[in-house]
Ligand binder design. Structure first.
Ligand code: TXA
Ligand code: MG
Length: 352
């Protein structure tokens, strides 16, 4: 299959491209498109055969359910059995945006979309191109992140091309995404609602509008034997090819330890990558050093994380050492993804 790639530029009439994407979706094909979080791989969510193609293209386990993307609240009514009042409050505050909510599904959503579950995950994205593609494709678009299963999620059209070229019908290239980590997932079928995946809509932001929310305990606990409640969170995910270690502690000591570890591997002849920040990159004299963003604004770190992991893959790096980040606000999403990429391998330096 030849993948059609179309670039969308601002201040230009893109109606033809959106129509082409919509026609492909309506006829059961696969179209990757940008959202504010990461690129999604879209298919008609109400067409079981179309949704199934997603699993084949990504190499995704079939028990891992898809998120249905919509653009308005009427669509939410159609695909859910029941919408709790709290969900309406959260939707009012944070939709459209980087938040997915889980509901009991209605009859029209096929099991092929929900991985056999009676619940459905729903997101209303804010990205203009995403919204146009969803509407053109019929209004109900299943879209996981547009990466091969197990690789870091794509934050630019080039990443989608790397993973899925020749396996999907079309890529709508809308440039780099803004946020860079996938949406927060909030399960509205339990009381209190529970965060199953941290993202840019933080626990604190949810507390502000609906009070108490629970957090799936398996998310930050490397030793948990329990399976996470979002099936996709159990897979080794976001993983670079290199062996990644996170080092946590006071920043100067972290830099010393990273330099020590890096030198050790370099002297054994390995290629070594280092993830530092604007505040610290000057402290690393050896290795392939990449600046992930500034500690003053952790959103910059979130937006570069997956891209940097892919760059290290392309550079053939074998060992990566990364600094650690705050675990509040967007930091909890960053640390969740980083630790998953590291296979939970973290070195905690004690205080001196
Ligand atoms: O930001 C995002 O959410 C992106 C963009 C494209 O919208 N999409 C995304 O989809 O990250 P995906 O498939 O990569 O991740 C969906 C996650 C998986 O961990 C899956 O197990 C979970 O959502 N999920 C989906 N439906 C669920 C359900 N009914 N119950 C529990 N977890 C569910
Ligand atoms: Mg994914």
């Amino acid at each position: 299959m030849k993948t059609i790639i179309k670039k969308i530029t601002k201040n230009q009439n893109n109606t033809d491209i959106i129509k082409q994407a919509g026609d492909i979706l309506k006829s059961g094909g696969l179209v990757a498109f940008p959202t504010e979080t990461v690129y999604g791989l879209g298919a008609d969510a109400l067409n079981e055969q179309a949704a199934k193609k997603i699993y084949a293209a990504k190499g995704r386990p079939s028990d891992n359910p898809l998120i249905v993307h919509i653009t308005n609240m009427e669509a939410l009514d159609k695909i859910t059995e029941y919408i709790p009042q709290e969900a309406r409050i959260v939707a009012d505050a944070y939709w459209p945006g980087p938040l997915t909510m889980i509901f009991r599904k209605s009859e029209i959503v096929p099991m092929g979309t929900t991985g056999g579950l009676n619940t459905v995950a729903v997101r209303m994205p804010s990205h203009e191109i995403a919204r146009e593609v969803i509407d053109a494709g019929g209004g109900y678009i299943a879209a996981p992140s547009a990466n091969t299963s197990g690789r870091p999620s794509p934050t630019a059209a080039e990443h989608v091309q790397e993973d899925l070229s020749g396996r999907i019908d079309m890529i709508v290239d809308g440039g780099a995404v803004e946020i860079g980590v996938e949406s927060t997932i909030l399960d509205m079928t339990v009381t209190p609602p529970m965060i199953l995946r941290p993202g840019a809509i933080t626990r604190e932001m949810l507390n502000e509008v609906i009070g108490e929310v629970a957090v799936d305990k398996t998310l930050m606990n490397p030793n948990s034997k329990k399976a996470p409640k979002a099936p996709g969170m159990k897979y080794r995910h976001y993983a670079p090819k290199a062996d990644l270690t996170v080092i946590e502690g006071e920043l100067d000591r972290v830099a010393d330890e990273i330099n020590r570890l890096a030198q050790e591997k370099l002297s054994e002849g390995y290629k070594v990558g280092i993830i530092g920040t604007e505040e610290t990159v000057g402290k690393y004299p050896f290795g392939d050093v990449k600046c992930i963003g500034t500690r003053e604004d952790e959103a910059t770190i979130a937006s570069h994380l997956f891209g940097i992991l892919r760059e290290f893959d392309n550079d053939g790096v074998e060992y990566i050492y990364s600094e650690s980040f705050d675990s509040e606000g967007i930091g909890s999403a960053i640390m969740n993804r980083l630790l998953k990429a590291a296979g939970q391998h973290i070195i905690r330096l004690g205080n001196k």
